[in-house]
Design a protein around this ligand. Structure first.
Ligand code: SF4
Length: 335
């Protein structure tokens, strides 16, 4: 052991990293490649992680932003885990594409809430971040301009609904639990008759990862969130770490992004990963710290997760028929 390395406690948050929706989306692309051969086309990054996307590209996936970029083909076209506006499957049908939908079932649940509220005649408010693909997909479940986006408490204060007694709210699944609670409280204060889910639509994975960071961050000098800069839940984890009192809360994609000089004099580091970041990248970060410090790793677990989502029936049946998936259990446990 190199005695010159200073000691460092690594506090590893659990749960961290892949959620059931991400695991399912990646399984869909991989299984589609095995079943139908390359290429398969994927609209938007299947999940927001460059490492995952590059790995799938190497296996034969072609990523596009819009269906117009795909030539006429009988190969599968897959929609990302974030969900798509209704117009996208309609367009795919019009183009005669064979498509598979990897939208996370927890995002689909929010889509259904939007449609149901609209059918009941409620004006729908979506709490979320402008421009995020999930928000574009959820707003696109209803006609243009029917859903109003609420990003802040200030948006609630300046809202001028058609009928203040006939409103309903839904949320993006990967928001800050605390910020959303403030926005919901403001909505309920201004519009006491507003309808909504029991608590919010933030998913179990987002909630658990934020809760773990809240628990661990006050014990650490630095919080490291492994995740992509365009990953909503990863960005929220970094903010939660900062608010929980960490001197530095850093979002990085790979161990090579660590700026060792800027870490300063530290004795503890908390590490977590966004829901789209694979565990191998967390291991890479731990290994990198091990080369600079004499590390001790402590895992802090705040919840057990056993959520598993089934892959689309059409793909499962084709994969079984092709012999690349065994008949029997319809979903693999999330690793
Ligand atoms: Fe689904 Fe939540 Fe994972 Fe998004 S973060 S894919 S909503 S489980």
């Amino acid at each position: 052991m190199n005695k010159t390395r200073p000691p460092l406690d690594i506090l590893l948050c659990a749960p961290r990293g892949f959620c059931a929706g991400v695991d399912r989306a990646i399984q869909i692309v991989e299984l589609a490649l095995k079943t139908y051969g390359a290429p398969v086309y994927v609209r938007h990054e299947i999940v927001h992680n460059k490492f995952v996307v590059e790995g799938l590209k190497a296996k034969g996936a072609i990523f596009v932003e819009e269906l117009d970029e795909i030539p006429q083909t009988s190969q599968p076209v897959i929609f990302s885990a974030h969900g798509v506006p209704k117009s996208v499957p309609e367009d795919a049908k019009a183009k005669n594409f064979f498509y598979l939908d990897a939208t996370c079932p927890l995002v689909s649940k929010v889509h259904k809430e939007a449609v149901l509220h609209d059918r009941r005649g409620h004006e729908v408010l979506l709490i979320g971040h402008a421009g995020h693909p999930e928000v574009i997909g959820t707003m696109g479940q209803l006609a243009d301009k029917v859903v109003t986006l609420i990003e802040t408490v200030e948006d609630v204060e300046s809202l001028e609904p058609k009928d203040p007694d006939n409103l309903a709210w839904i949320t993006q699944t990967t928001l800050s639990v605390d910020d959303t609670a403030d926005i919901v409280a403001a909505l309920q204060r201004r519009f006491p008759n507003i309808k909504g889910p029991n608590k919010d639509d933030i998913c179990y994975a987002t909630t658990n990862r934020q809760e773990a960071v809240k628990r661990v961050a006050p014990r650490a000098d630095v919080m490291i969130v492994v995740g992509a800069p365009n990953s909503s839940n990863s960005k929220r984890l970094r903010e939660v770490g900062e608010r929980a009192g960490c001197r530095q809360s850093i979002l990085l994609q790979r161990a090579t992004d660590i700026d060792w000089d800027s870490l300063g004099d530290i004795s503890s580091v908390a590490i977590t990963a966004g829901a789209s970041a694979p565990e191998i990248l967390v291991e890479e970060v731990i290994d990198a710290f091990s080369t600079h410090y004499d590390v001790t790793v402590e895992v802090i677990t705040i919840a057990q997760e056993d959520m598993v989502f089934n892959i689309p029936r059409e793909l499962r049946e084709a994969a079984i028929a092709k012999g690349v998936l065994e008949a029997g259990p319809i979903a693999e446990p999330v690793k």
